[in-house]
Design a protein around this ligand. Sequence first.
Ligand code: SF4
Length: 264
Amino acid sequence: MLQKEDMLQKNEMDDIFEKKLEHSKEIVRQAVKEYEKIAVACSFGKDSMAVVHLAREVAPKIPIFSILTRFKPVETLTYLVEMNNQMNLDPEVYLVAEEVPSILKENNINVNLLPTKKFDEISLEIEKTSGKKIYESNPDICCNLLKVDPAKQAVKDLDAWVCGLRNTEGRTRKDYKEVERRGLVKINPILSWTEEEVLHYLKKNKIALHPWYGKVFPDGRRIRSLGCEPCTVPIFDNQEERDGRWQGTSKCGGECGIHTQTLK
Ligand code: SF4
């Protein structure tokens, strides 16, 4: 049972979060008023699910788009379908691939297939010369071809996009602002939320987490930031959330490029 002091502290934290939540909603409200063509980006990680839910609370018809890659865990596709059924997301998916994955086809998910030729040729060349997969040897090129180029397609007709970026996720995210006006306008409504606040918000709104967040490894490590399968590893609680991304490469803990390059 919580002691009186703990209760007071908990109430204080709830108050702080309620204020943050209202502020986040206000950011979305203003953005929707200001920009006619606006959509929310969703990777189906925890932060995306929080920002998608929040945005839909404010603007129930705001469109959602998602950049998938051939290297996403199969659980991400299953989770996408589950969340689509639960939250009526109707996401517009962009994917460099020859065919729509069967689970997405069977569930009538709208997938925009993008040409594979450039990726196939470059990845083959890299494999031949380095003896390694493209994501091991040159993850920047891999992310550019599978994530950044499709993101450019996804936002080409937009005035602004909404993302689940947060300042406390890792070293590359500390300096973002709630509204970024360089190039295509980017709205970051949950920028000041902590990892705990995101998890609290999802629990409160009965949104299940992607199953990978529930895995705890024997040494206590767990997945705290979710990306493509080969580039996501579990980390300890005292590390920064994005430290498990691209481990063993120069990109470790960094960015795929969607948030660092000009998309439009
Ligand atoms: S996260 Fe890894 S597998 Fe996915 S696009 Fe980037 S380098 Fe490739």
